[in-house]
Design a binder for this molecule. Structure first.
Ligand code: ADP
Ligand code: MG
Length: 699
């Protein structure tokens, strides 16, 4: 249970003055939360900039384009003339060196008369501009009297905002939130505090939100660093706690005698590549160890991860135990099943699927068989971690495209068995730092070798102006018997628009090529999606218009043409994933990147990288270079995935420090007991990394 001490930080932001239902929605969006954000969410939204109001020049010396605070005497008001009510409201003021015009559009005259009485002394802060040779401030940020000046913040934080949410509203909410920060016990070890020069948590939070100098908000500075360290420590401690549970009870080894693997290999229409064999050998060794397996299998799209996963599953099934394979989407889960089923049949491995779509009798039947040990390998989606899903002997959890799942989901799955081994499949080459932040210490296998016979994909960028030619080319390919993907992007924030784009393209292409044209998109019902995908795999549909639902994992080796519309809107990793849908068979494939002009610099750079190389590792590196590390995993800005405060550029060295401290903590105090233990538990709850605490029992 979360310590009561943290209650104020976890109360909803709507308990703050000035935060009503409208702000609630805006803040949900801004802070990426589905539900009403809590005070802590708001406090972890850190400023990106500071407005420095400390410059107090005479009017004569005020530099246009800078923020200044002027001490002035109000001379006269000039409201807009009645016949031109849209004209600005002007207030003339001066000091001994010159004049300044203060300008408001759509002003309330009564308000301004009260704020700036003629003859009074006022302090006005805002952006100085030159207009017709006179200094002007349009909509000053602050107008205060002598008493107000003492309270005027010299350095004001600027936050990332969203349309409709005013900076002032956010600032006032944060100021109130800061007052609710309770006194928390120190969780960082004294020697680390000393060595890193960290201030206490509450002070760090206060100084970042109420800077006393512009440098106070720098991510590298002591205040932000302290907060980032807290977050990293919470993350590393949570992972270390999970890791500490990886002892396997004596005598339970998860790899069998190989009889199922042999049958599967014999049924394969191809030979395993060298890297597939190596990866499998490493996995089987892990399965036979007294420690539980925690291994990441990385391999570019099309490198053949599924069959390695299947053989790992077979090794476990040979011991009479069960395996779960969890995929992020239903399409992917079904596709895994389609690939796996014939091979599994050949070996007598009993396979089933469980997604949101299996309901009622069918679902009850699957659950019953699973619990009775009548299923060796269950493939599925999130549906696998529902409470009522029980295994008779789950021993291996395989998680595909893991970065879409969190530690919580992975744990939820592994908790369904005893000493469950974990194998994570990822098509994105993940840099070591990210592996550490995400998974903690994890062993890594890479499939660097492509299956034999793969042809490089011929990739070209074509302007949208030449759409007609592209349609003609697609027509020729269809006439020659090819299968074609035509991808339309998901327009941000608007599933509706996304649909019209793909829908309109589908209609246009269908008018041209007839029944061979199909459509699949994310908002279709599961069975409909499957039907279309199956028709494409079978060749009944030969041109498939799709939104990015096909991005991950879909495997139709006969497809040889990929058209990506609005390629300029996609990230590198996404383009690479999409292109990876073709070039999977022995035929030569083509990828056409349709872009709309004018092309921005970044988009141009991305398209040229994707044209130049098909090496996923190189593309990931370029992606890092072009967009910052967080985006490799499709996360926001330059934050670390799953982290709100830590930034890879600024805090990478803190990560190893946090890791060391986490390891030391668990060595000295494995149950997190005593005063320090309580403080650390508090830290875990604060950053919502408490998922591993139940493993410890009460502290
Ligand atoms: P990914 O790593 O992207 O998940 P898949 O496992 O979907 O790749 O495999 C891509 C395709 O390559 C599948 O059609 C699969 O049958 C095929 N494949 C896998 N291994 C080999 C191999 N060693 N030789 C030839 N084809 C292979
Ligand atoms: Mg795959």
């Amino acid at each position: 249970m979360r310590p009561a001490l943290l209650n104020t930080l976890f109360s909803p932001v709507t308990t703050l003055h000035g935060v009503g239902p409208k702000q609630d929605l805006l803040l949900r969006y801004l802070l990426s939360r589905e539900m009403t954000p809590r005070i802590a969410d708001l406090l972890f939204h850190l400023p990106v900039n500071v407005i420095d109001r400390s410059a107090r020049p005479l009017i004569r010396d005020a530099a246009p384009g800078t923020v200044v605070t002027l001490a002035v005497t109000v001379e006269r008001h000039r409201p807009p003339p009645p016949e031109r009510s849209r004209a600005p409201y002007l207030v003339y003021a001066s000091d001994e060196s010159g004049d300044v015009v203060l300008t408001w559009f759509r002003a309330q005259p009564a308000f301004l008369e009260k704020l700036l009485p003629v003859g009074a002394r006022r302090y006005v802060s805002g952006l100085a501009q030159m207009f017709d040779g006179t200094l002007q401030i349009v909509h000053p940020d602050h107008v205060v009297d002598e008493a107000g000046l003492a309270k005027l913040p010299l350095f004001e934080p600027v936050y990332p905002l969203t349309e409709g949410l005013a900076l002032g509203v956010l600032r006032r909410a944060v100021a109130q939130a800061l007052e609710r920060v309770p006194a928390l016990p120190e969780w960082i070890a004294p020697e680390v505090l000393r060595r890193c020069g960290f201030p206490p948590f509450a002070e760090a939070l206060a100084r970042v939100h109420q800077p006393q100098a512009p440098a106070d908000i720098r991510p590298e500075g002591p205040y932000w660093s302290r907060l980032a360290y807290d977050e990293l420590l919470a993350g590393q401690l949570a992972l270390a706690l999970v890791r500490a549970q990886l002892r396997r009870p004596a005598g339970t080894r998860h790899a069998g005698d190989g009889h199922l693997r042999e049958k599967i290999v014999a049924a394969l229409p191809y030979a395993l590549t060298g890297s597939q064999r190596e990866a499998l050998a490493a996995i089987v060794t892990d399965l036979a160890q007294p420690m539980r397996m925690l291994r990441l299998l990385q391999g570019d799209v099309g490198s053949g991860k599924t069959v390695v996963a299947l053989l790992a599953a077979a090794a476990v099934a040979e011991t009479g135990r069960q395996v779960a394979l969890m995929a992020p989407t239903e399409i992917l889960a079904r596709q895994h099943l389609a690939t796996i089923a014939p091979l599994a049949d050949a070996a007598g491995l009993r396979v089933a699927i469980l997604t949101g779509r299996e309901k009622g009798r069918e679902r009850a039947d699957i659950l019953a068989r699973l619990a009775a040990g009548g299923i060796d390998l269950i493939v599925g989606t999130h549906a696998l971690i529902q409470d009522d899903v029980a295994f008779s002997a789950l021993a291996l959890a395989i998680v595909d495209e893991q970065h879409r799942f969190g530690v919580r989901e992975r744990l939820a799955l592994t908790r369904k068995g005893k000493a469950v081994d974990v194998l994570v499949l990822s098509a994105t080459p993940i840099p070591r730092t990210l592996v550490l932040t995400y998974f903690g210490d994890m062993d890594v296998s890479e499939l660097r070798e492509k299956p034999a016979g793969r042809q490089p994909v011929d990739t070209r960028a074509v302007s949208m102006a030449r759409l007609d030619e592209v349609v003609e080319a697609a027509g020729r390919a269809l006439a020659a018997g090819a299968r074609v993907y035509w991808v339309c992007p998901l327009v941000e924030e608007s599933a509706e628009v996304d649909l019209t784009d793909a829908g309109q393209r589908h209609a246009a292409l269908r008018a041209r090529f007839g029944d061979a044209v199909g459509l699949v998109h994310g908002r279709m019902r599961g069975p409909d999606k499957d039907r279309v995908m199956r028709a494409f795999a079978d060749g009944d549909i030969r041109l498939l218009v799709a939104t990015t639902v096909i991005e991950v994992g879909v495997d139709v080796p006969e497809a040889t043409v990929m058209v990506i519309e609005h390629a300029e809107r996609f990230g590198l990793a996404q383009l690479h994933q999409l292109r990876g849908r073709v070039g999977r068979g022995n035929e030569r494939s083509t990828c056409l990147l349709l872009y709309r002009e004018p092309l921005g610099e970044l988009a141009r750079a991305r398209l040229s990288v994707i044209r130049e190389t098909t090496d996923g590792f190189r593309i990931a590196e370029e992606d890092l270079r072009l967009r910052g590390e967080g985006d490799v995993l499709g996360t926001r800005q330059s934050g670390l995935p799953g982290y709100r405060l830590a930034r890879i550029e600024a805090h990478a060295q803190l990560l190893s420090q946090a890791r060391e401290e986490a390891i030391a903590i668990l060595r000295d105090n494995p149950k997190l007991s005593g005063e320090r233990g309580a403080a650390l538990r508090c830290l875990l709850y604060l950053f919502e990394r408490d998922e591993a605490l139940p493993l410890l029992g009460a502290g």
